[in-house]
Design a protein around this ligand. Structure first.
Ligand code: B1M
Length: 211
């Protein structure tokens, strides 16, 4: 790993936002692409943070500072991933399902969707089925992209799909799902229209819904 990437990795692992931000800037200055910084620096580090948590070496405070450090780095990458100055080709409502506070992956999905030309209505985290329905109705979005990071909260995805059916608007919106515990098989089982394993796939699939 090159030096700025090593520092980004170490910074996320240590929850050192200052180090992450300065090394992301250094990598960008050295013409390292946002994609490489993200995939080879930050995401590898976050996977390691998750492993250390599973092994009982890290606890929730370490997860929190690692997440804060990663968000700091992402802010610097945002202009390279999301283009805010283009006429939107469609509207997507994004959000993390009820009971779930993880938002880094969902934010990345939002950035890539913006980069692909979509307007994004971000509902944040811990979003109830009713709120998702309301947001799609109010915004007129063609697509809903839901995220879940916990095996316990992914069960709120089918509940949300049912809420769209109950509201009589299921056929007017494409529903995509994603997040670490979510699989293609699960997406099919719950009646979602699409599944994306990562943010760039999510934007590619969303494009097929508006073309
Ligand atoms: Co939590 N956490 N966490 N956590 N956390 C996980 C998810 C966990 C796997 C860690 C572990 O045990 N190894 C585990 C879940 C186990 C399970 O359910 N099977 C876990 C746990 C247990 C918990 C708590 C219960 C811990 C506790 O309190 N005892 C608690 C739950 C709180 C809650 O939500 N109610 C908790 C809390 C937290 C923090 C708040 C401290 C923090 C989140 C901060 C934040 O997000 N602002 C946190 C973190 C940081 C993690 C890990 C370490 C990292 C998650 C992350 O940001 N990854 C995580 C371990 C891991 O994932 N390895 C873990 C980076 C991100 C870029 O990846 O979100 O997967 P990801 O997104 C990917 C894809 O999944 C996809 O695209 C992205 C990449 O391009 N994607 C989508 C995501 N959403 C999509 C939506 C789409 C499409 C694609 O729509 C179409």
């Amino acid at each position: 790993m090159d030096s700025p990437l090593k520092e980004i990795y170490q910074g996320v692992l240590d929850g050192d936002m200052t180090l992450v931000m300065s090394s992301v800037q250094a990598a960008l200055d050295n013409k390292v692409t946002a994609e490489v910084i993200l995939k080879q620096g930050m995401m590898v580090a976050m996977a390691e943070v998750g492993q250390l948590f599973e092994d009982g070496e890290y606890f929730v405070p370490e997860l929190l500072v690692a997440a804060r450090a990663m968000q700091g780095g992402l802010e610097l990458l945002k202009p390279f991933l999301a283009d805010e100055d283009v006429e939107p080709i469609g509207k997507v409502v994004t959000g993390t399902v009820k009971g779930d506070l993880h938002d880094i992956g969902k934010n990345l999905v939002g950035m890539m969707l913006k980069g692909a030309g979509f307007e994004v209505v971000d509902m944040g985290t811990d979003v109830s089925s009713e709120k998702f329905v309301e947001a799609v109705k109010e915004s007129g979005a063609q697509i809903l992209a839901m995220s879940a990071l916990l095996t316990t909260t992914m069960a709120n995805m089918p509940d949300t799909i049912k809420a769209f059916e109950d509201a009589g608007i299921r056929d007017s919106v494409k529903i995509m799902v994603g997040g670490a515990p979510v699989t293609e098989e699960y997406a099919k089982k719950i009646g979602a229209d699409g599944y994306a394993p990562d943010a760039s796939q999510a934007s590619k699939i969303a494009l097929t819904y508006v073309s």
